[in-house]
Design a protein around this ligand. Structure first.
Ligand code: ATP
Ligand code: MG
Length: 139
């Protein structure tokens, strides 16, 4: 399993607010190389499967509604220590608790609408990359 890759989504709120460019700039400036990239929209079934680990949580319905309401940008990112370094770059789940200069501090509105996703392990980075991309779309 590769340990130098992670998976991200710029969530619907980021696309709606015109923040694709600024967020991609933050990501590449931090040393991440783009290995795969596309604008796409998740179906309800996609979002339920992608976030299945949160199925029993009270916010699950709201999360699926949010993640399917418009297009997202999906990307595979490459950098040494990618998973951990990307989680540091995006900041805490709740933007109110996110460190200064992090993507969520800069661009997220709330814990529910928090601008970006970042994989939480190498194993999930691989699973999530394959969920969104065919092999020939990853470089
Ligand atoms: P992500 O998996 O999207 O990178 P995360 O790992 O920081 O986020 P998780 O605990 O995996 O956080 O939660 C997944 C997503 O569910 C969050 O990013 C957010 O959109 C939503 N969420 C989490 N907690 C809450 C909450 N208390 N209320 C509303 N939505 C929430
Ligand atoms: Mg998570």
């Amino acid at each position: 399993m590769r340990t130098d890759r992670t998976f991200t989504m710029l969530k619907p709120d980021s696309v709606e607010k015109g923040n694709i460019g600024p967020i991609l700039e933050k990501i590449t400036s931090a040393g991440f190389k783009i290995a795969a990239l596309k604008l796409t929209q998740m179906t309800k079934a996609d979002a339920e499967a992608f976030y299945a680990v949160h199925k029993a949580r009270p916010f699950f319905g709201e999360l699926v509604e949010y993640m399917t309401r418009g297009p997202i940008v999906a990307a595979v990112l490459e950098k040494e220590n990618a998973v951990e370094d990307f989680r540091t770059l995006i900041g805490a789940t709740n933007p109110a608790e996110a460190a200064e200069g992090t993507i969520r501090k800069l661009y997220a509105a709330s814990i529910g609408e928090n601008a970006v996703h970042g994989s939480d392990s190498d194993e999930n980075a691989e699973i999530e990359s394959q969920f969104h991309f065919a092999g020939r779309e990853i470089f």
